[in-house]
Design a protein around this ligand. Structure first.
Ligand code: GLN
Length: 547
């Protein structure tokens, strides 16, 4: 029997449930238990591809082309495992499957009901995830917080499983413990209420993980134990950390891994987290900085600035910097600022490298193109990811090839020079309004040109051509312009098999100028930085700030 750990949130969202799940899975993995993690998004959306990144965070693309929640990225990075689409579900996906089964007479004339048919479908999917990954333990993150309507049937699925197999299922409540400044004391009441809400759904938590800005002291652990019906030693502290990769080590200090395994009656081996420990300790000592400007637009949500929309990219930059004993200093620059003031552009001189991430739509595009221009003429290392690569192509077309008004058809369908265009298959999707899950998604092979910047970057990590990288886009470089570009010094160093599609664009007369149509950040891991990010950071670290 596969064992399940259900992780549910209490009090409020955004307290790091995803990294908690990834950390629990990591410590079990370090004890030799075959483990995987599943993310449940309670939204009706069928996938995360149609959700706005400023509302829902990054869309993480799996190797098999699913558009998932950013937490899947955390699982990949912590477990050093490719997580596939079977490990992700949404309410939309579950309901769709049940309705399709009903239409195919799959319920044999029965009345199909929310309970038990929806939880049964959820359990079926969890079993598939376990089977596909050969996991003995599946850590399941139920999105949202207890008390919402949206995740109730997922909690019910866990309750049904626990009723059938009491010693194979564990429930963990991850809850927030505020320390209001005016009161100056950690308050446990919101968490008590969360535990009671979970009780009213028929579930008693086995553990409470308390997220706060400081560790939980003994009196408050006791209080939580008494009022939530959990043993005192099963109330675990999860204080804020400066580096998320420290969380598994913190949990281990509280013996969380062994306590979970004891409840699940699994014998553990004595492996440990040595290399992980070494990395987290090493990071603290880095003094030499590398300053990177990230020029994008998904930073603002009302009055707040947040960077969740680019989480994989941020982590990839960190991994690459750490591997070179550097402290990454990352700055968010809204590209619309460059459209408002040209002097703002000059501030880019203060950075060692400029990066333009993936994106969609018109807002901020001209600002991004100005930033590429600045990086190219001032010889500042430049990395363009997906839209960032397309921006570099447009900039080159306009300023080197002198193609006035060159653009992507995404922005100007009537441009005289569509250097970035749709492929016919995409035209068909768009004509039918088929937007969900129809981009070029997932891993595709790419052949590298010998002795190019890209080929050298991969060769350093002993990765041979063809490489395989993950995509998420509709538009491509327009091949009608290939020869004109090459004549002016552009190098298309990465091409799809048979050379049909341009995957990498680079320039030779520059310290580092490279754009990828794919998203290398999805494959970066804390102990295995991605070659493209590594070589970008290497070039940036050599740059002397221009006066
Ligand atoms: N909007 C562009 C496209 O669809 C780029 C997408 C991206 O950056 N992920 O091709």
């Amino acid at each position: 029997m596969v064992k399940y750990i259900f992780v549910v949130g209490g009090v409020m969202s955004g307290v790091g449930k995803g990294t908690t799940v990834a950390s629990i899975a990591k410590i079990l993995q370090s004890k030799g238990v075959p483990v995987t993690a599943v993310k449940i998004d309670p939204y009706l959306n069928v996938d995360a591809g149609t959700m706005n990144p400023t509302e829902h965070g990054e869309v993480f693309v799996t190797e098999d082309g699913d558009e998932t929640d950013q937490d899947i990225g955390n699982y990949e990075r912590f477990l050093d495992q490719n997580i596939l689409s079977t490990n992700y579900m949404t309410t939309g996906r579950v309901y769709r499957a049940v309705i399709e089964k009903e239409r195919a007479l799959g319920y044999g004339g029965k009345c199909v009901e929310a309970v038990p048919h929806i939880p049964e479908e959820i359990i079926r999917r969890l079993n598939i995830a376990a089977r596909k990954t050969k996991a003995k333990v599946v850590v399941v993150e139920i999105g949202g917080t207890v008390g919402e309507y949206q995740n109730l049937l997922f909690i019910e699925a866990g309750r049904m499983l626990k009723l059938k197999h009491p010693s194979d299922v564990v429930f963990i409540l991850v809850s927030f413990l505020p320390v209001p400044a005016k009161i100056g004391e950690m308050k446990t009441k919101p968490t008590q209420t969360a535990a009671h809400l979970l009780n009213s759904a028929g579930v008693q938590p086995d553990f409470i993980i308390g997220r706060s800005n400081q560790p939980i002291d003994i009196p408050r652990k006791r209080k939580l134990a008494t009022f939530c019906g959990v043993r005192e030693e099963d109330v675990i502290s999860a204080p804020d950390v400066t580096n998320i990769y420290e969380i598994p080590l913190n949990f281990e200090r509280d013996g969380l891994g062994s306590k979970i395994l004891k409840k699940l009656k699994i014998k553990s081996q004595t492996k440990d987290l040595k290399s992980w420990k070494r990395l987290t300790t090493k990071i603290k000592g880095f003094k030499k900085e590398v300053k990177i400007a990230i020029v994008g637009k998904y930073f603002k949500s009302g009055d707040f600035t947040f960077s969740d929309s680019y989480i994989s990219l941020i982590e990839a930059l960190k991994h690459a910097a750490w591997a070179q004993n550097l402290k990454p200093i990352l700055s968010w620059i809204d590209s619309t600022e460059f459209e408002k003031s040209k002097t703002k552009l000059k501030e880019l001189k203060n950075y060692d490298g400029i990066l333009i991430p993936g994106g969609f739509g018109e807002r901020g595009v001209e600002g991004k193109i100005s930033a590429v221009h600045f990086a190219r003429v001032n010889k500042i290392p430049y990395l363009g990811i997906c839209y960032g690569m397309q921006m570099a192509v447009i900039e080159f077309a306009r300023n080197v090839l002198k193609l006035k008004g060159a653009n992507t058809k995404e922005i100007n369908p009537k441009t005289p020079h569509p250097v970035i265009d749709l492929i016919p298959e995409q035209l068909r999707h768009l004509a039918k309004n088929h937007f969900g899950g129809t981009m070029r998604l997932g891993a595709y092979p790419c052949h590298l040109k010998d002795k190019s910047l890209a080929q050298k970057a991969y060769a350093k990590f002993k990765i041979k051509t063809p490489i395989k990288e993950r995509h998420r886009h509709r538009y491509e470089f327009n091949n009608k312009y290939r020869i004109a570009f090459e004549k002016k010094g552009a190098l298309f160093s990465g091409l799809s098999p048979k050379g049909a599609l341009v995957e990498i664009f680079e320039l030779a007369d520059h310290p580092f100028f490279l754009g990828t149509q794919f998203h290398p950040e999805f494959k970066s891991r804390p102990l295995f930085p991605h070659p493209i990010y590594f070589s970008f950071i290497k070039a940036a670290s050599k740059k002397r700030i221009v006066k």
